[in-house]
Design a protein around this ligand. Structure first.
Ligand SMILES: *Cc1c(COP(=O)(O)O)cnc(C)c1O
Length: 395
C-alpha cells in the first residue's frame, strides 16, 4: 500500500475530525519516522509531546511485551501491583500524596473538575465555579471544552457545562477580581501549549498560588503537555517555585501507550470516596508497565539536565533563524517545547517542512510548535533547523 491508496480509503471510512497532512507514517525509530512511500522525516512533533523517549524505545517495547505475556487487564475491583508501584513513584517525585489513573488528558481534567467541585462543597457553601484562562486548552469532552478558553472548540455544542469563568493568562489582577464566594478552583496550564507556547512571567504562578491560599480555593495545574520532563524539569511547576493542589498528566506518561493521571494531596483526595469516580481501563497493568519504564528513564542521571541543555541549544538555533528571516516574529519556549511565532500563517510552512523531511506542529494560526523527543541529539537539532531554514526560504 502507498500513501495515496490509504488516504483515499481514509476519506471514505474515517470521520472527518482532523485536517490531516497527506502522509501515512508506518515505522519509527528514535527521532525519525518513515511514511509508506519510504520517505524519512525528523519527527519534531513526537505524537504531540507523547513519544518523549523517541519511537519504539527498546525498554518500553520490552516492558509492554513482557507484561502482555503475563497480564494485560484486570478490573480496579482488585488491587493491581504495578499500579501501586507506579503511584508510589509519582508521589515520591511530586507534591502529591495520592494518584487516580485514567486514559487521557481530558479524562484527567474531568477527574480534577469533579474533585474540585466536591472540595468546594465540603466548605458547607455552594462553591463550584472554576476559573480558567483565555486561550487555554484542556480537552474535548463537554466539561473540558467548557474549561478551554477558546470559542472554536465550543461552537455548536451548547449548552455547555455551567460553572466556568475565564480570565486572561498571566494577569494576576484579572484573576483576583474574578474570584468570588462561588469559586472553588483556578485551573491553568503552567505554559499555554496549544494556545501558542506562552510562558508566563516568572512570578505569575506564585501569585496564583498566593491568591488560591488567600481565598481557600484549589490550584489545578494541567501538565498534560508540559509534564514528564518536557520543559527540562520533571514537571513545569518546579521552574516556578510553586506546587499545585491538583496536577493532571497524560501525553508523555506512557511514551505512546494511553494513560492519564490526576495527582493530589491527601486533604483534597479525601473528597472522593468509593463510587465517586472510576475508569474501567485506568491504571491497567499494561499501561503501568510502560509508564514505570518511562518515569525511571526520564528521572535517571543527567537525562533532565541534558533536556535543559538541548532546549537552550534549540532555542538559540531558532533565534538565529528569527534574525535571518523577516517572517519570523519571536521564539519562545522552555526546555524542549518551543514556539516560533510568524508574521504569516503557520500551516503552509508546516507543509514546506514536510516536503523537506521535517515534522512540526502548529499552535494557533501563526505559531510553529516544536516538540522533539527528549532523547533528540544535537546533530538532529542541527539537521532539523537546516530543514526548517530551507522551508522558511522557499515558502
Ligand atoms: C493534549 C492536552 C489535553 C487533552 O489530552 P487528551 O489526551 O487529548 O484528552 C489537555 N490539556 C492539555 C494541556 C493538552 O495539551
Amino acid at each position: 500500500m502507498s500513501n495515496t491508496e490509504i488516504i483515499a480509503e481514509a476519506n471514505r471510512y474515517l470521520m472527518n475530525t482532523y485536517n490531516r497532512y497527506p502522509i501515512v507514517l508506518s515505522r519509527g525509530k528514535g527521532t525519525r519516522v518513515w511514511d509508506l512511500d519510504g520517505k524519512e522525516y525528523l519527527d519534531f512533533v513526537g505524537g504531540i509531546a507523547v513519544c518523549s523517549l523517541g519511537h519504539c524505545h527498546p525498554l518500553v517495547t520490552q516492558a509492554i511485551k513482557e507484561q502482555a505475556e503475563r497480564l494485560v487487564h484486570v478490573s480496579n475491583l482488585y488491587y493491581i501491583s504495578a499500579q501501586v508501584t507506579y503511584a508510589r513513584m509519582l508521589v515520591e517525585k511530586t507534591f502529591g500524596d495520592k494518584v487516580f489513573f485514567c486514559n487521557s488528558g481530558a479524562e484527567a481534567n474531568e477527574a480534577a473538575i469533579k474533585l474540585a467541585r466536591r472540595y468546594g462543597r465540603k466548605t458547607g457553601k455552594d462553591r463550584y465555579e472554576i476559573i480558567t484562562m483565555e486561550n487555554s486548552f484542556h480537552g474535548r469532552t463537554m466539561a473540558t471544552i467548557t474549561a478551554t478558553g477558546q470559542d472554536k472548540v465550543k461552537k455548536g455544542f451548547e449548552p455547555l457545562v455551567p460553572g466556568f469563568k475565564y480570565v486572561p493568562f498571566n494577569d494576576v489582577d484579572a484573576l483576583e477580581r474574578s474570584i468570588d464566594d462561588r469559586t472553588c478552583a483556578v485551573m491553568l496550564e503552567p505554559i499555554q501549549a496549544e494556545g501558542g507556547v506562552r510562558v508566563p512571567d516568572e512570578d505569575y504562578l506564585k501569585e496564583v498560588r498566593r491568591l488560591c491560599d488567600k481565598h481557600g480555593i484549589l490550584m489545578i495545574l494541567d501538565e498534560v503537555q508540559t509534564g514528564m520532563g518536557r520543559t527540562g524539569r520533571l514537571f513545569a511547576y518546579e521552574h516556578f517555585g510553586v506546587a499545585p493542589d491538583i496536577m493532571t498528566l497524560a501525553k508523555a506518561l506512557g511514551n505512546g501507550f494511553p494513560i492519564g493521571a490526576m495527582i493530589t494531596t491527601d486533604k483534597v483526595a479525601d473528597c472522593f470516596e468509593p463510587g465517586s469516580h472510576a475508569s474501567t481501563f485506568g491504571g491497567n497493568p499494561l499501561a503501568m508497565a510502560a509508564a514505570q519504564v518511562v518515569l525511571e528513564t526520564i528521572s535517571n542521571g543527567r537525562f533532565l539536565s541534558e533536556v535543559r541543555e538541548k532546549g537552550l541549544y534549540l532555542k538559540e538555533r531558532l533565534m538565529f533563524l528569527a534574525r535571518k528571516f523577516d517572517k519570523v516574529k519571536e521564539v519562545r519556549g522552555l526546555g524542549l517545547i518551543c514556539g516560533m511565532e510568524l508574521k504569516v500563517e503557520a500551516s503552509p510552512i508546516v507543509m514546506s517542512c514536510l516536503k523537506e523531511g521535517l515534522l512540526v506542529a502548529t499552535a494557533g494560526t501563526r505559531v510553529l510548535r516544536l516538540l522533539p523527543p527528549l532523547v533528540v541529539k544535537k546533530k538532529e537539532i542541527d539537521e532539523a533547523v537546516e530543514r526548517l531554514s530551507h522551508a522558511l526560504e522557499v515558502s
